[in-house]
Design a protein around this ligand. Structure first.
Ligand code: UD1
Length: 419
């Protein structure tokens, strides 16, 4: 089992290139199922979650060739031989549920394992299923599987009780081959939805309103293969922005879309961190004044992203004064706080709120990456803690960060991956 060993590091400096967005790649790969023609997707980082999705596509009958060095995948779904998601890991990867919409669209039915619970919350899929049902799809659940029969699928209105990212994507995929119009109300407005909409539009789907709460989709009977470059990962970018802030650094991030980073930038600026848009998809993040505590509430986009909450908790743990974080998206997304407390952080949790009193000194400890973003938060805290921080269960971190230790090392961080 590998661990990350992180030591107190100097202020980070230099440049880092941000990878393609994990949360964009997964639905786009599922979207390849919608056409018999070849799709070429570039800027695809070889993350564990991406590998699981490739395995799922292959088992459905797709031909997939991944040039890891060039970060380019070609997917051809001419011969989809199965409507059953059978990959061993499918139930483990929640995003694999996204294949359901694409299979309903392409072959009119799907049998998908019910995704299990997740450390950060129960994460049900009721909104996905209700959405499909509003489109005339019949749903049955049996022995841990969901069976969808889309033989009577039609367009119409789908209202989501909550702007779920995954449910919005699933409905978009299910409606892409329908000539009727489907309207998703109270849709998610996350940038990843816009990236999926761009990909589907290139294939021949007419989409209006992506990035707002109402998305109109008019599909086509046949979609074509396309080339698509995945948007930069705004959460990886946010994590490096915090890495610069927490170490008092001065770094340049390349391959970012500043607009996507607005909620994170706003909170960093409020905390006295300087963020400069250099143009050409580059930003500079640096510290020149004493940092100030801030209050954060996670919200759907354009609110502050829940996926950046743990990293900010690390930053706030070392800023003198009292900060608060309120988590409104997931019911149990503070598990990393317990590990941070073991390193000397002063964090009190009360239901969905955390009160953080900044401390002057933290001490490295043996901690566990309880989940993907919580694990990233622990790396950040390790960069400013005395002695060594040994982080176990780093597969959780590697689900969503490509080469994180090499990228951090390139900026001067003291981090090693020990096998
Ligand atoms: C996606 C992201 C994840 C991010 C999250 C919120 C991917 C692969 N993952 O996850 O990194 O943290 O958006 O920005 O893109 N919910 C229900 N019923 C449903 C669906 C969701 O109650 O059918 C609840 C969830 O339990 C959660 C909230 O809605 O409390 C938001 O979930 P959702 O937006 O669906 O997140 P994901 O798409 O799973």
């Amino acid at each position: 089992m590998s661990v990350f060993v992180v030591s107190k590091s100097p202020a980070l400096s230099g440049s880092v290139k941000i990878s393609g967005a994990k949360n964009s790649v997964l639905p786009i790969l599922a979207g390849c199922i919608l056409t018999e023609e070849e799709c070429i997707i570039s800027s695809v980082p070889p993350l564990n979650d991406v590998m699981v999705m490739i395995d799922i596509l292959k088992k459905l009958g797709a031909t997939v060739n991944y040039d890891v060095k060039k970060e380019k995948i070609s997917v051809c779904c001419k011969d989809i031989v199965s409507f059953e998601e059978e990959s061993e890991d499918a139930g483990k990867l929640r995003a694999s549920f996204i294949v359901m919409g694409a299979l309903i669209g392409r072959i009119g039915k799907a049998k998908i394992p019910m995704p299990g619970g997740c450390p950060i919350g129960s994460r049900p899929v009721d909104l996905h299923l209700k959405g499909f049902q509003s489109m005339g799809v019949s749903i049955e659940q049996e022995k841990g599987f969901v069976f969808a029969d889309g033989s009577s699928i039609c367009g119409g209105k789908v209202y989501l009780d909550f702007p779920s990212v995954g449910a919005t994507e699933n409905i978009m995929l299910a409606s892409a081959l329908l000539e009727d119009t489907t309207v998703i109300e109270n849709a998610s407005a996350e940038p990843e939805i816009c990236d999926l909409a761009k990909f589907l539009s290139k294939m021949g789907v007419k989409i209006q309103g992506a990035g707002t709460d109402t998305i109109k989709i008019q599909g086509a009977k046949k979609l074509s293969g396309v080339k698509h470059k995945v948007m930069p990962d705004r959460i990886e970018a946010g994590t490096f922005m915090v890495a610069s802030a927490i170490t008092g650094g001065d770094i340049i991030l390349e391959n970012v879309i500043a607009e996507h980073l607005k909620p994170v930038t706003a909170k960093l600026c409020e905390s006295n961190v300087c963020v400069e848009d250099l143009g050409g998809n580059k930003i500079r993040v640096f510290v020149k004044d004493k940092l100030k505590p801030v209050n954060i509430k996670t919200m759907p986009f354009p609110g502050f992203p829940t996926d950046m909450q743990a990293q900010f908790m690390s930053l706030l743990a070392v800023i003198s004064g009292t900060s608060t974080i309120t988590e409104t998206i997931f019911e149990n997304r503070f598990i990393h706080a317990g590990e941070m407390v073991r390193m000397g952080a002063d964090i009190r949790i009360d239901s969905r709120s955390a009160v953080i009193e900044g401390v002057e000194k933290l001490t490295g400890a043996e901690v566990r990456a309880t989940d993907l973003r919580g694990g990233a938060g622990l790396i950040l805290l390790g960069l400013v803690s005395e002695g060594e921080t040994r982080i176990s269960d780093i597969y959780n971190i590697e689900r969503g960060y490509y080469n994180i230790e090499e990228k951090l090392k390139g900026l001067g961080a003291l981090i090693e991956r020990v096998d």
